[in-house]
Ligand binder design. Structure first.
Ligand code: LIP
Length: 257
């Protein structure tokens, strides 16, 4: 299934790449939440191909109405993760596809066609970037850790969320090497898998933002939990905390000050 999946996603990447270098019709789903005709085109392409090839899976996708779809044997699609980057020409944008069997991660692909970086993982078989095996960083000290985070779309409308984002930055920034905000959750997780970042946290993500990245990171030796240090639930948890494993407890402790 993985080979077929990659073939389809690479073709969809051509649609994303063409859009990246073209004028985009931007529509607002919410005050800060953008969508373009390319998000819809990539999603429609992937859904049509996956429905035909992988009949045993249902599909949950960012730009679709998922109300009547039960998560179980599911393919979870983010057609363009990092849409704001895509619209503004920042090259951190990717197609993210996570395949779940019995609600458990099975296969994952994150493909950035602008940088031609394809991250992939299969449960128990390791994680790879363009064929090269990935391993998380060995750094054990939070003070030397480069972390990443993200800002939720709700920061424009929900004061509690905005205050929480600011408080956590104030608490964490003095305790780490530095903090990045790259704008694509799926890529952030892959960058922890790659050893570029030691850790990453963010609130209010949707299952499609992280469905693939969590498997890629765990297959590279990383750890993913909610903010209490318990197993992360794609559909229910407000916060994701994802690290190389070695700074996890210290990061969790300081996110809860
Ligand atoms: C986005 C993320 C980004 C996060 C945003 C949003 P989209 O996904 O990947 O990092 O901060 O809240 O969820 O909307 O571009 O697919």
């Amino acid at each position: 299934m993985k080979k077929e999946l990659i073939k389809i996603i690479k073709k969809a990447g051509k649609i994303l790449k063409k859009g990246y270098y073209s004028n985009k019709d931007v529509t607002f789903k919410a005050k800060k939440d953008l969508v373009t005709k390319y998000d819809v085109a990539v999603e429609n392409y992937l859904k049509a191909k996956f429905t035909k090839k992988f009949k045993e899976f249902n599909i949950i996708a960012e730009e679709s109405d998922n109300a009547n779809i039960e998560f179980n044997d599911s393919i979870i699609i983010d057609p363009i993760d990092g849409t704001t980057n895509f619209v503004n020409g920042v090259p951190h944008t990717a197609i993210s596809v996570g395949v779940y069997k019995d609600k458990k991660p099975y296969l994952a692909i994150v493909y950035n066609p602008i940088l031609d970086e394809l991250y992939e993982a299969k449960i128990g078989k390791g994680a790879f970037l363009n064929g090269k095996q990935l391993k998380v960083s060995d750094e054990t000290e939070l003070q030397k850790a480069l972390l990443a985070t993200g800002f939720p779309y709700t920061s424009g409308s929900n004061e509690d969320d905005l205050n929480d984002v600011v408080k956590k930055i104030k608490d964490i920034l003095p305790l780490c090497q530095d903090l990045r905000r790259l704008g694509s959750a799926s890529i952030d997780l892959c960058l922890v898998a790659r050893g570029t970042f030691e850790g990453y946290y963010e609130m209010n993500l949707k299952p499609w933002d992280v469905s693939a990245g969590v498997l890629i990171l765990s297959e590279a030796g990383g750890k993913i939990t909610n903010i209490n240090g318990d197993e992360y639930n794609l559909f229910e948890d407000k916060y994701i905390v994802a690290t190389n494993g070695k700074i996890h407890d210290e990061l969790i402790k300081n996110l809860n000050l």
